[in-house]
Design a protein around this ligand. Structure first.
Ligand SMILES: Nc1ncnc2c1ncn2[C@@H]1O[C@H](COP(=O)(O)OP(=O)(O)OP(=O)(O)O)[C@@H](O)[C@H]1O
Ligand SMILES: [Mg+2]
Length: 404
């Protein structure tokens, strides 16, 4: 019996998971999920790449860490592996809920977990008739959105999106209609766009890690990654915002556990990264100018860490050495007085606003090696591997019927 990691390409996080497995003394097998063939029929089962047969490996594996990158491929990988009798982290049920932001929010809402008011309208901005005429639905969609969310600021975002792409803030009717006109469903975002109340957060939002191993209750990591910046209303890290490791108020940790349970459902083991914001409104107890000037002081050391991050050659030459250099670079950044000052402001703000937190997304395959691990001190590879270990010998597994 063994556990495996499955992916198309090894990126930083996958390399990190492998290194962590080595450090924890866990034997982690690799299963490719790109140029391979999965064959069934005539009482046989096959799983092979052009140069290698993975049939025995797949046959023996019990728990699979699904690290395929695109949401669609991930869904399918979970589905196939579960079909073959494996326990997948995350299970298909969890993956399916995470696929859609609206679907995730339905689970939060059902359990009274605070969320931003969100509207889903099952209609695309444009319809095309058989004769090639385009029918515009933007005005009708905007009417429905404003009926529920009012005529003020509205956030429009893809139901299945990542990295903050196409997340837009409409300040008035005109820009709302314009954004809607620019939306089209796609293969990666088949359901289209949702509208959300604009949350009056301050200059930061949160990425919180919650995990559940089989046989133990779910836990929330007490520190989280705060992503912070003033450039854009989107504060997520992909857009280059700064990051701070912050201690979460107990009340927030408890809510995060409930949010995790809402998405984890009844499954035995899972790991999720939850996105949350505080609706602080007017409670901005420090001048923005002061915070900006402190963040300005952090820029040189933050940029140095970014340079190390981008150094693909060093990363591919010696991953461990590169990881050590990155730790050192972020260590320098975190040792600044300005870092401690901004971190304290965020912690104070969370404490004052702990009753005004809103959860808005659950991510099933979070990036973690570079920032969550070093800045928030949460090496997500550890709980992931522990989750896989916890289900490794579980009786759920059937030997593959045709795998003799
Ligand atoms: N309703 C909202 N009100 C205010 N700000 C918002 C709202 N929704 C999103 N944001 C901001 O935009 C950022 C990106 O939004 P969101 O997380 O929904 O997009 P995403 O594509 O899932 O990004 P990621 O993959 O980085 O999580 C958030 O980090 C947050 O700062
Ligand atoms: Mg998000």
């Amino acid at each position: 019996m063994s556990i495996a990691i499955l992916y198309e390409y090894p990126e930083t996080d996958e390399m990190g998971i492998k290194q962590t497995a080595k450090d924890m003394g866990i034997d982690l097998t690799y299963i490719p999920f790109r140029k391979i063939s999965v064959s069934i029929g005539n009482g046989t089962f096959g799983f092979s790449s052009p140069s290698r047969d993975f049939r025995d490996i797949v046959g023996e594996v019990n728990a699979v860490l699904n690290r395929t990158q695109s949401k669609n491929r991930r869904l399918y990988a979970s589905s196939i592996m579960e079909g073959l009798g494996k326990y997948v982290i995350n299970p298909l049920e969890v993956e399916t809920l995470c696929f859609s932001k609206f679907r995730t929010l339905v689970e939060f809402w059902k359990r009274n977990i605070p969320i931003p008011k969100t509207v889903f309208i099952p209609c695309d901005a444009h319809d095309r008739t058989l004769r090639g005429v385009t029918i515009h639905n933007e005005e009708a969609i905007a009417d429905l959105m404003q009926k529920d969310l009012g005529s003020g600021s509205i956030v429009v975002k893809p139901d299945a999106g990542t990295h903050g792409n196409d997340v837009r803030l409409a300040r008035n009717r005109e820009s709302l209609v314009k954004f809607l006109d620019g939306t089209e469903p796609s293969i990666t975002n088949p359901v289209g766009f949702i509208a959300q109340e604009f949350v009056e957060k301050w200059f930061y939002d949160l990425r919180i890690i919650v995990a559940k191993e089989r046989g133990t209750p779910p836990t929330c990591y007490p520190t989280a990654l705060a992503r912070a910046g003033f450039k854009d209303f989107r504060t997520n890290t992909y857009l280059g915002n700064m990051v701070f490791g912050v201690k979460l108020p107990i009340k927030v940790q408890k809510l995060a556990v409930r949010a995790g349970e809402a998405v984890g459902q009844e499954t035995e083991a899972w790991l999720l990264a939850l996105d949350a914001m505080f609706n602080v409104g007017e409670d901005r107890f420090v001048d923005d100018g002061f915070i900006m000037s402190e963040m300005e002081k952090l820029l040189p050391s933050f940029d140095k860490a970014k340079d190390v991050k981008r150094d693909e050659q060093s990363k591919n030459r010696d991953f461990r050495l590169w990881s050590n250099s990155l730790e050192k670079a972020y260590g320098d950044y975190m040792s600044n007085d300005a870092y401690s000052k901004v971190k304290e402001i965020i912690e104070q703000s969370m404490d004052r606003g702990k009753d005004r937190i809103l959860f808005h997304e659950a991510n099933s395959t979070p990036e973690f090696w570079e920032q969550t691990r070093i800045i928030a001190g949460v090496n997500v590879a550890e709980p992931l591997l522990k989750c896989a270990k916890s289900v490794e010998g579980w009786s759920f597994y059937q030997k593959l019927k045709s795998y003799q």
